[in-house]
Write a protein that binds this ligand. Sequence first.
Ligand code: UTP
Length: 289
Amino acid sequence: MMIRKAVIPAAGFGTRFLPASKSQPKEMLPIVDTPTIQYVVEEVVAAGITDILMIIGKGKRAIEEHFDRHFDLEAELEATGKKEELRAIQRISRLANIHFVWQKELNGLGDAVSYARSHVGNEPFYLALGDTLIEPAAKVAREMVRVFERYRESAVLLEKVEPSKVGRYGIVGGERAGDGLWLINRFVEKPRPSEAPSNLAIAARYVFTPEIFDAIARTKPNRGGEVQLTDAMMRLVRERAVYGVLLEGERYDIGNKLDFLKTNVAFGLRRADLGRDFREFIKKTAAHL
Ligand code: UTP
């Protein structure tokens, strides 16, 4: 079976990005001029998936509106001859077939994913966190899909992190199964460096077989009352093979302020319309550091 559906969780409070995330979704924070979650949608579409379910919650209406049409604005752009802008905003609403479901209480990422069950049904799906970008996005997403098509099992994207920083991440243990490929046999959430089975961290992109839903349903909330996706994956890996795909590129967690700044610099420098002036500014600024 092919991967036809993607799920993008975007319901979280975003407490690490206050005060900006108080009344607007962190997933809408712009990287240069485009909301983070739009890049995620474009990544999914580039992998050939156009049925997308977003998991949202209170205070996330701006996400719905961003992917809807805006007739008054279209008319205004039409009337004033702003053709490029018109094309850009019309393109957004045509990108994919987007559905929404509301996570009733924010009980963690595993809980959020469980709300996708009735939409996804008995199919494999791509899961992409709405507050995290990867680069090169299309290439990585296609690689994840290819690994699923080859092995017909779940897969997670893995990022090499500094050994001293493993305590911030979900870390995997396993054995090599090919070039940039691991067969995972365990997941450990935020291990101490001395207890970490590797320095490979789970990196915000997954392909799951539908068995993940039963694994989530059987996962108890942690002490903070959250159902963790990593805990559900610990269950899954006892029953099914789970592959790890090494990220050869970058991961940007926009929900953290430093990464947000870095992402804007990286993306800004690459822009054909802004890159040159921006580079001059950065050089001048760096000279004074
Ligand atoms: P985070 O781990 O960044 O958690 O979620 P958070 O609550 O959004 O943010 P902080 O830690 O308070 O700053 C990773 C992704 O999972 C979604 C978030 O929207 C984000 O895209 N998420 C998280 C949910 O959809 N529901 C949840 O209950 C938790």
